[in-house]
Design a protein around this ligand. Structure first.
Ligand code: P6P
Length: 331
């Protein structure tokens, strides 16, 4: 089986001006992922499971693994020298490197180092999500403007899911490929080439506890999912893990839609545009699916702030389009 680094090297030709730096960056992300995987897999044993005693910018208690994962990826990208700035869920401000080597880096990264971390102590799969852009500024420390680019400017995006097996799934705009970590040799091996979201799909993922605060269009879509599907004579199935990477990964393989909509209480929903919605949307579109706010394409949104939230509908194209139809009818 082909290793991640062999695959990336072969695909380097996809980048007309590739100088090997991008290949090195993806490889560095893979190395950090292995370090995080090692700690995630023994979280219950080590004292790492407890809260770190701080709160991240979202006001969420930071678990030690959140902090460990954030440090792992920041360090990996520092040593590589390809990245001049990182927007992370764990850091309020933009993280810029304080050495001239990194400040020459051509790329900037937006990441959620450990999404769904509230699931760690109940052993539910969690994930790292990353999004990579070319910097717009000429040199020196990266700037917020380097990160506030629409998702259609991403040059790569992906996630690592720390589950029953650990997988790295990414795209550079030439399809989606999945690599499974073989812990016996410490290598990511190509296990899911050219991933596509199945055309069919009868799974919907949404936290229905928020139902009374949903937009009427969302309520109508849920009711639609609960009717017998003429094709199967059965209603859709609901699956909600509470971990975006896990819910999206299942829908990528089996088909389905994940929705975190705006509500009366939180009109922009919960998920962050830069390091959750944009990278997942890039993967979804590259796999033949769709991603929108219920009204507009996620990848066309011009970001206004690093931790901006947007409503998120993502997955099998016809399911997203059906949900959008209900949103338009009930606007
Ligand atoms: P709720 C995890 O905190 C996360 O950002 C996503 O991974 C997940 O899908 C969502 O929030 C769960 O949110 O409000 O349903 O608990």
């Amino acid at each position: 089986m082909k290793t991640l680094i062999q695959f990336i090297s072969e695909k380097q030709a996809d980048f007309p001006f590739a100088t090997g730096e991008f290949t090195r960056l993806l490889n560095d992300i893979g190395i950090a992922a292995k370090l995080v995987n090692r700690e995630v897999n023994k979280a219950g044993l080590a004292d790492i499971n407890g809260y770190f005693g701080q709160q991240n910018v979202q006001g969420e208690d930071q678990k030690k693994l959140d902090v460990f994962a954030n440090d792992c990826f920041l360090t990996a990208m520092r040593h590589g020298g390809m990245v001049c700035a990182v927007a992370s869920e764990e850091n309020d401000e933009l993280y810029t490197y304080d050495n001239a080597f990194s400040q020459k880096g051509k790329y900037v990264v937006a990441m959620d180092p450990l999404d769904g971390s509230s699931n760690i102590e109940v052993n539910v799969p969690i994930g790292t999500i990353f999004s990579i852009y070319r910097r717009k500024s000429e040199s020196g420390p990266g700037t917020v403007e380097d990160l506030l680019q629409p998702g259609n400017r991403q040059i790569a995006a992906g996630y690592i899911i720390y589950g029953s097996s650990t997988m790295l799934v990414y795209t550079t705009g030439h399809g989606v490929n999945g690599f499974t970590l073989d812990p016996s040799v410490g290598l990511f091996l190509l296990s899911h080439p050219e991933m596509t979201i199945p055309e069919g799909g009868n799974i919907y993922s949404i936290n229905e506890a928020n139902y009374i605060y949903f937009h009427e269009g969302v309520k109508q879509f849920i009711k639609f999912c609960q009717q017998d599907d003429p094709a199967t004579l059965r209603p859709y199935t609901t699956r909600y893990i509470g971990s975006l990477v896990s819910d999206f990964h299942r829908n990528l393989i089996r088909g389905g839609i994940y929705i975190y909509p705006g509500t009366l209480k939180n009109p922009n929903g919960k998920l962050r545009l830069l390091y959750e919605c944009n990278p997942i949307a890039f993967l979804a579109e590259q796999a033949g699916g769709k991603a929108s706010t219920g009204y507009e394409r996620i990848l066309d949104i011009q970001p206004e702030s690093l931790h901006q939230r947007v409503p998120f509908f993502v997955g099998t194209r016809h399911m997203v389009e059906k949900a959008e139809e209900f949103m338009r009818k009930n606007a």
